[in-house]
Design a protein around this ligand. Structure first.
Ligand code: FAD
Length: 473
């Protein structure tokens, strides 16, 4: 084993083969603190050529690699197993923005660039890179592509998959595939980039990507709206889309409990409305030109929703600062739950029209399974994607609650799948949901996935044990 580490040191330099347990620690855990892995080393190549050489050496000796970016993923896909036999490869030194092309509306960036840096680089040329999520100050392009991240603007701009035009990938044998095409149209066979997007590092190391940019909206309007029930959310969404010419960029639902948790635990968060409501939506619409009329359309749509009982109260942001403070409520929910004890996470999606039925059935089912449980459903209702998180009953033992993770996520997943939904809308599979796939995917689909893996990574060195369940006899 010393031999391989020496060979890797010769490629990336001694300082970039980290073996000290203290220095490795930031690369070995998941953001939620549920998993703590062990690794032989953390290797940080400084170029695409170095990455290819690192992978080539690992392939030669069958050394397993765990691709790691910002480590903010929710399914422990970038955390090594406890065996201590894997090597973590992190591309955070590949952090160049290679090309910005405002006329082609594209940007070519390396895998280690942090999402906020991409957003800012787009902003500097008066363009928008619309991918946006709570971890954007840490998550890196390689990880966002590996996870096919979603976030708050999927409704208008799509998820990461929709925002990538081309990829550069180091394949599991060390070859470099240069698919960095900045083309809107290209029908030259199978569109291979889509295999690597959302592959959770199981097919290769993405080293760079061509990303789509958009015109920067000149006007954005944000409102925090009290609604009587989730059905009203869908009616409001439909009205907003029609009234604004499909200009709704975000449409997030929050249950009352999520707001209460945020107010209780996160500094600076307050209830923007005077009376409590069982449900809320955070709505954002944006337009290419700044006009009084656009705000009026937004206000009128909200006013008519209130007249019809679809909304019961609303606050409209009058400035960017006010809009940010409304968004702070949404972004505070995840952190706030930690103060209330154990929280079991779900990331389901159902057809948008089925969200009210999903919420009703899932709330009933989890209360039956665990009386006193405190569900905290919130999230991207405009995409049918609900984070149906389950906080422990008051006074319950945290460890006892967390021990019921599989059982209680199973209850929620069963409701989602019965309604034609999915058990993972945007967080992926990783280690946490791997063994659930045979129960939710047709056998033929899993067979094809295994075939793709075997073709591209025949030695199985890329993130083994993640995403694909082991074949059982
Ligand atoms: C507060 C908070 C809010 C979040 N909100 C959202 C949200 O709204 N929507 C959402 O979808 N997610 C969300 N997430 C989850 C997370 O931010 C995303 O999954 C993100 O894509 C992870 O990026 P990362 O850089 O941290 O990658 P990591 O977690 O390090 O890795 C993610 C996956 O990509 C693989 N990978 C890493 N680098 C590469 C590479 N170079 N090539 C190939 N594969 C690679 C890893 O092996 C792993 O499978 C949130 C997380 C937090 C902490």
């Amino acid at each position: 084993m010393m031999e391989i580490l020496d060979r890797l040191r010769a490629v990336v330099g001694t300082a970039n083969v980290i073996v000290d347990p203290f220095d490795m620690e930031p690369y070995l855990t998941d953001e939620r603190g549920r998993f703590k892995g062990v690794a032989r080393a953390v290797v940080r190549p400084g170029s695409v050529a170095e990455t290819a050489e690192v992978v080539r050496i690992c392939a030669e000796v069958g050394q397993a690699i765990v691709p790691r970016a910002g480590g903010t993923g929710h399914v422990a896909a970038s955390v090594p197993f406890e065996s201590g036999e894997e090597i973590v490869v992190c591309l955070n030194r590949l952090n160049k923005i290679r090309v910005v092309d405002p006329l082609n509306l594209t940007m070519t960036v390396e895998a280690g660039v942090v999402l906020t840096d991409v957003q800012e680089a787009a902003d500097r040329v008066d363009r928008l890179f619309p991918l946006s999520l709570g971890a954007e100050g840490t998550a890196q392009i390689g990880g966002l592509i590996g996870a096919n991240a979603g976030g708050n603007n999927v409704l208008r701009y799509g998820n990461t998959r929709d925002l990538v035009l081309g990829l550069e990938v180091v394949l599991p044998d060390g070859r470099i595939w240069n698919g960095l095409r900045a083309l809107r149209k290209n029908n030259t066979g199978y569109d291979l980039k889509h295999l690597f997007i959302g592959a959770e590092g199981t097919l290769g190391l993405v080293t760079a990507a061509v990303l789509k940019l958009f015109p920067k909206p000149a006007q954005t309007e944000t409102a925090f709206v009290a609604i009587p029930d989730p059905k009203a959310a869908l009616e409001l969404l439909a009205r907003m889309k029609t009234a604004t010419g499909d200009a709704v960029t975000s449409f997030e639902i929050l249950c009352r409990r999520s707001l209460e948790f945020a107010i209780r635990h996160i500094e600076g968060v307050r209830d923007p409305l005077s009376d409590p409501s069982p449900w809320y939506v955070l709505v954002e619409v944006s337009a290419g030109t700044r006009t009084e009329a656009f705000r009026e359309v937004f206000e009128n749509a909200l006013a008519s929703a209130m007249e019809d009982g679809i909304a019961t109260d609303a606050v409209l942001a009058g400035s960017t600062a006010q809009s940010e403070s409304l968004w702070r409520i949404r972004e505070a929910i995840v952190a706030a739950q930690k103060f209330e004890g154990g929280s079991i996470k779900n990331d389901v999606a159902v057809p948008v029209s089925a969200v009210p039925e999903f919420l009703e059935r899932a709330l009933r089912a989890v209360e039956e399974a665990c009386p006193g449980i405190r569900p905290v459903p919130f999230g991207h209702v405009g995409d049918g994607n609900i984070h149906f998180n389950l906080t422990q009953p008051e006074g319950a033992d945290k460890a006892d609650h967390m021990a019921r993770w599989d059982e209680l996520t199973g209850v929620v997943n069963a409701v989602a799948t019965a309604l034609g939904g999915t058990i993972s809308a945007e967080h992926g599979v990783g280690r946490i949901k791997r063994d659930l796939l045979p129960g939710v995917l047709p056998a033929v689909e899993l067979e094809l996935m295994r075939g793709v893996k075997a073709l591209i990574d025949p030695k199985g060195i890329m993130n083994p044990g993640k995403l694909l369940p082991p074949v059982r006899d």
